[in-house]
Design a protein around this ligand. Sequence first.
Ligand SMILES: O=C(O)c1cc(=O)[nH]c(=O)n1[C@@H]1O[C@H](COP(=O)(O)O)[C@@H](O)[C@H]1O
Length: 274
Amino acid sequence: MNKQQLFENIKRKQSFLCVGLDTDIKKIPEHLLKEEDPIFAFNKAIIDATADLCIAFKPNLAFYESMGVKGWVSFEKTIRYIKENYPDQFIIADAKRGDIGNTSEMYARSFFDELNIDSVTVAPYMGEDSVKPFLIYPEKWVILLALTSNKGSQDFQLTVDSNGERLFEKVLKKSQEWANDEQMMYVVGATQGEMFTEIRKYAPNHFLLVPGVGAQGGSLEEVCKYGMNNMCGLIVNSSRAIIYADKTELFAEAARKAAKEVQEQMAIELKRLV
Ligand SMILES: O=C(O)c1cc(=O)[nH]c(=O)n1[C@@H]1O[C@H](COP(=O)(O)O)[C@@H](O)[C@H]1O
């Protein structure tokens, strides 16, 4: 999917919500445990209940890999289900990969060749040759960690070098030598508030993947105020606050209600664009 198509989906659906499929066998409703593949059964119900309210789904690989082969099967089934039933959805493999070149090449192969997923999150720490193997695939995206939502983002990302440059700034500037805003997005945590103004100084046109609303307490209003650009430029993820809105047999309806609340706020924010 290209940038314009993503923007068209946002306008059509009046949403820039990404539903995070962080599916934990210990948190899903008990009645699903009797299913042959409880993780997939849960995902399928969440996807069906929220697909018209969101433009992206983001399964986080940790939740699947933690279950071994079974988890990987659930992950693949989930990807296939979205692609077959909701082909307009942008899929993000949240894997936070990145390694020496030939190893990154294998990561890229598994997400882009093997599974045909739209995008993968990548850590920038190992530099250019660790990111470039993900960039040889047309209309596939690298989503590079820039300024994350967690407390530890202060440990490295905000440290200032001898030229007065913060590490996240360096990531934003340097990585634009590798790819433009048609192939690269950045992760910026919703908890970063006014820092979105800083991000937009260096990446005015890029899409940003913004996790951290909902369970982590980030403000959608602030994210939009400081981070929205003329193509929206935001994909805002919420995982736990949506998928675990309820733990009974009514979990999918509750997830839909939680997603709808966020989508309605997004529709209001999108009025800035016209
Ligand atoms: O790359 C990410 O998606 C990510 C980056 C970041 O800075 N913070 C962050 O929370 N995430 C992911 O976004 C999701 C947030 O989940 P909730 O806090 O439950 O909405 C998890 O899958 C995190 O791994």
